[in-house]
Design a protein around this ligand. Structure first.
Ligand code: ADP
Ligand code: MG
Length: 505
């Protein structure tokens, strides 16, 4: 009996020892794996880094490129497109106007009534719909017929109190969020599609004519009287409410900016013939490029697999369409190089399956157990990961979004620098031009990324203060304006009813 007990005890000791050994080995392996993940995270942080010195170099590069784009056609990757907008709305406009806004993810239709005073601006109706994905690679005819039929429905529900009782055509501004070479306020040709659009038979077509044709085919009493870039609409809206507004930036599906430039600085346009002495320039800053941009292997892969590779490099680092996909690529790479996410998910391998709104939901998840992160990862085919892995995912969102917001801030500072409003006038001249330097400057900002993603906004504000310094940053007001692009386009049409054509560009 005693012998049996001894043997049993010895066997139990052996088993306990082996279990302990296995556990220790597993722990060592887990630690080693985690160390690898920590190394991957460190590499990620380093490659996405945007130190102040680098941001300042970018600011300089943007100002230089802006200048080059103003001097000659094709002088820079920044197209610096003329908009033929010289007078911005000021609040005195009157009448009823419409806008149809084709964005990257949504289209909107609005009707506004203006009573001659800022306070009497009335948005009488506004509709916002997702753009059906089937349209993205359809034909010009399908796209414009779709827009015209949406307009028809919008008008049909107006009833009898509408403008048509005055027996005049409805005046509509077409807000178009893609690069257009304008030939007048009401006409322009598409340069190229961006943001995943690839509609055939369109490059070189007059956009306003296409919409007017589709509207006429349906017998609608609508005159497409203005073709307005969405940033220009946002600037108009900003200026309507606050005349210190001199630039506008869109952070939505894509990203772009415009600003008010002196006509004598637009050297490529020899006779802009504006009465105000200035003109709004559509930068098309999504295409900005500089060797100072922190380009990573994720950006290179994303670009190579995109419909418009070697194009829109800046937009691909800051646009809402792309941030989710950068985060997805990082998670995918980490899951390939370590098994912390479990077996590699085929869902995670699908481009654009992770949207930027999910990135913000994960980033801003304030539940102690990170429930939102767990739910989104589950939808990506990554169920049941421990809390520390969920925290890692939050960190990845942070790294990608922080870079985007800081680059966006450098972009805004670049515009301010070009306008001499960044406070960087030579130290010697500082005292005499204090007033000029510290002039209040309002930048209108619009877009779903900015309005819905708090961390993006906070990082952008922080970087602006870092770049400009507290004193100057205090004079720079970033004003968010929901639906500003659409409403502002209608306001612009109201303020600039006559169509001016400039032929000698
Ligand atoms: P559009 O680009 O069609 O003009 P928006 O300005 O509304 O439309 O921008 C839509 C984009 O904003 C989405 O594609 C997405 O990238 C981004 N976005 C929307 N909601 C959020 C959110 N909650 N968090 C982060 N990004 C968002
Ligand atoms: Mg938009």
């Amino acid at each position: 009996m005693g012998r049996v007990l001894v043997m049993l005890t010895a066997a139990a000791a052996v088993v306990a020892c082996s279990v302990a050994t296995v556990m220790v080995r597993r722990r060592v392996r887990r630690r080693r794996k985690w160390r690898k993940v920590v190394r991957l995270l460190k590499d990620l942080e380093e490659s996405f880094e945007t130190p102040l010195g680098r941001l300042r170099q970018m600011v300089d590069a943007i100002a230089v490129e802006m200048q080059a784009g103003l001097v000659s056609e094709g002088g820079s990757k920044l197209k610096m497109l003329l908009t033929f907008v010289d007078d911005l709305p000021n609040g005195s406009e009157r009448g009823t106007y419409y806008a149809l806004h084709l964005g990257g993810s949504y289209f909107r239709i609005i009707r506004v009534h203006l009573g001659g005073q800022r306070s009497s601006l009335e948005v009488q109706d506004i509709e916002r719909h997702s753009i059906p994905t089937s349209l993205l690679n359809s034909t010009s005819e399908v796209l414009f017929d779709f827009l015209a039929s949406s307009l028809q429905r919008f008008i049909e529900k107006e009833g009898h109190e509408s403008i048509s009782s005055q027996d005049v055509k409805r005046e509509l501004a077409f807000t178009f969020s893609f690069p257009v070479k304008q030939t007048s306020l009401s006409s322009g040709v598409l340069i190229k599609w961006t943001k995943g659009f690839a509609i055939s038979e369109m490059a070189g077509e007059d956009i306003a004519e296409c919409l007017q044709g589709a509207v006429d085919r349906r017998g609608l009493d609508i005159h497409v009287a203005a073709l307005v870039n969405d940033t220009v609409g946002a600037l108009s809206y900003g200026h309507y409410h606050d005349p210190d507004t001199i630039a506008a930036v869109v952070f939505g599906t894509g990203s772009n900016a415009c600003y008010l430039e002196r006509t004598d600085a637009i050297i490529k346009c020899q006779n802009p013939r504006t009465t105000s002495g200035s003109m709004v320039v559509n930068m098309e800053w999504g295409n900005f490029w500089s060797s100072r941009l922190p380009r990573t292997s994720y950006d290179i892969e994303l670009d190579a697999e995109s419909l418009n590779s070697n194009d829109m490099g800046f937009e691909k680092m800051i646009g809402g369409m792309y941030l989710g996909d950068i985060v997805r690529r990082v998670i995918l790479r980490m899951s390939q190089e370590s098994d912390i996410f479990g077996p590699i998910s085929s869902i995670l391998s699908t481009p654009f399956v992770l949207r930027t709104n999910s990135v913000s939901a994960m980033h801003e998840d304030d539940t102690p157990e990170l429930h939102e992160v767990a739910t989104i990862l589950k939808h990506l085919g990554v169920p049941k990961v421990p809390l520390k892995v969920r925290k890692l995912v939050v960190k990845i969102c942070d790294v990608v979004t922080r870079r985007a917001a800081r680059l966006a801030a450098a972009g805004i500072s670049g515009i301010l620098k070009k306008l001499g409003r960044d406070g960087s006038v030579g130290e010697g001249r500082r005292r005499s031009s204090d007033k000029q330097m510290m002039r209040r400057t309002v930048v209108a900002v619009e877009g779903g990324l900015y309005s819905n993603y708090r961390m993006f906004r906070e990082y952008l504000d922080e970087a602006l203060s870092d770049i400009l310094g507290e004193d100057v940053a205090r004079q720079v007001v970033i004003k968010a304006m929901e639906d500003g692009s659409s409403i502002g386009s209608a306001l612009l049409l109201a303020s600039s009813h006559s169509v001016r054509t400039i032929s000698n560009i």
